[in-house]
Design a protein around this ligand. Sequence first.
Ligand code: IDP
Ligand code: MG
Length: 156
Amino acid sequence: MSMERTIVLVKPDAIQRGLIGEITTRFEKKGLKLIGLKMMELDDVLLREHYAHLADKPFFESLSNFMRSTPVVAMCWEGVECVNAVRLICGITKAREAEAGSIRGDLAMSVSCNVVHASDSVENAEAEVMRFFNEDELHGYDKTEYAHVYADDELA
Ligand code: IDP
Ligand code: MG
């Protein structure tokens, strides 16, 4: 089983609505390890790269404006196969149809203002870790809780 890293962004709607703590708590309670955390402003160049798969969509401009409307909180989480686990915790893009219990399912109603971003594959997660964090902003430490979150063979 592979130890993975993934990126979560707390989006401007969540910043405005005071949901940073609520969102962070869900990943902490899941048993994930926080290895990077910062508030940052996203610029056009970064957003064009980050949302390259949406560049020709009619909503790209408003998405970009939305993502630049406040700073975001960027987090890097680590855990066994955590890329998929974090996506499940976030829920599907269209928040009003997202499963109850997920962050989007519980906290949002919109397709665009859906409170969080999460990396969607192991490959994209690694690229996004590099995109949002410098190496010296990622912290290695022994999370003693791991002994209770995982069985020994899952950590081997
Ligand atoms: P994801 O965030 O669930 O991975 P993506 O398809 O990668 O979804 O889209 C990135 C972000 O672009 C969404 O989270 C949302 O904020 C915005 N977005 C996606 N589709 C639409 C749309 O149809 N209308 C408006 N905004 C959209
Ligand atoms: Mg996406």
